[in-house]
Design a protein around this ligand. Structure first.
Ligand code: DCP
Length: 229
């Protein structure tokens, strides 16, 4: 049984070293995942792995996120296959603390974003099949431990306004219907469990502004610590 002491031990999903408790943070675009994780970064027993978006914006000089938004039909497969790779990299990354926290996962990529692209006719069946074969192969061969999912639940209208306010240039083509679709897929996956069994989910109301959300963050901290202890 793992203790909550942080030390020099490496927690690695692959080896005989102790496995970390892995928590993934999910929620619509602009739901506040990065801010949520910043809160945990300060705590001694939590290792927060880097968010991958900087890689998506600079893959050896290519801004794949921008290409995908500019021409999804052409670039979605390329972008999502890089997302799958960078997320896998984070899933297997060893950490030095007993609790590992990640922003997003290979699962939200598959069940929310890739599914949406397929449903909207922006990714054709052959492309979808290749990504799915990779996904299934990964699932069968690599232990991707997830112990808890924190779901930052928001109204699409709220995140639509937040995204407009933060003004990330690649995202200026995002529409409300797009966010409604991504929201529905998060609900199908995490609440209605339409895509199969999911690990334990803690749902946090993430519509409130930041200052008010700190109480929920602390509640989550307790839930996570209880789960680990
Ligand atoms: N994205 C995508 N496909 C994925 C994952 C993400 O198209 N499989 C896109 C949606 C966003 C950008 O990448 O334009 C980053 O989305 P995230 O929700 O991962 O990150 P945010 O920074 O928006 O999260 P938050 O505001 O909650 O911190």
């Amino acid at each position: 049984r793992m203790t909550m002491e942080s030390g020099k031990r490496v927690y690695n999903a692959f080896s005989i070293a102790p496995k970390p408790i892995t928590v993934i943070v999910e929620g619509n675009i602009g739901s506040g995942k990065t801010t949520f994780l910043k809160h945990f970064q300060k705590l001694p027993d939590f290792a927060v792995v880097d968010e991958p978006i900087s890689k998506w914006r600079d893959c050896q000089g290519h801004n794949l996120l921008e290409l995908m938004y500019k021409d999804p039909q052409k670039w979605s497969l390329c972008f999502q296959s890089y997302v799958q790779l960078t997320m896998l990299d984070l899933h297997v990354k060893p950490v030095l603390k007993p609790v590992k926290m990640m922003e997003r996962s290979i699962f939200s990529a598959k069940y929310c974003f890739v599914k949406n692209l397929k449903d909207q006719g922006l990714m054709n069946d052959a492309e979808y099949t290749v990504l799915t074969e990779w996904f299934d192969f990964i699932q069968e061969t690599i232990p991707l431990q997830v112990d808890l999912i924190v779901y930052l639940k928001t109204d699409p209208q709220v995140v639509f306004e937040r995204i407009a306010a933060r003004g990330r240039t690649e995202e200026n083509s995002i529409t409300l219907p797009y966010l409604q679709s991504i929201h529905k897929l998060h609900e199908d996956w995490l609440i209605h469990k339409k895509f199969g069994p999911v690990p334990r989910v803690v749902t946090v109301d993430a519509n409130e502004d930041l200052s008010k959300m700190m109480t929920s963050y602390s509640m989550c901290e307790e839930t996570i610590i209880q789960k680990v202890a």
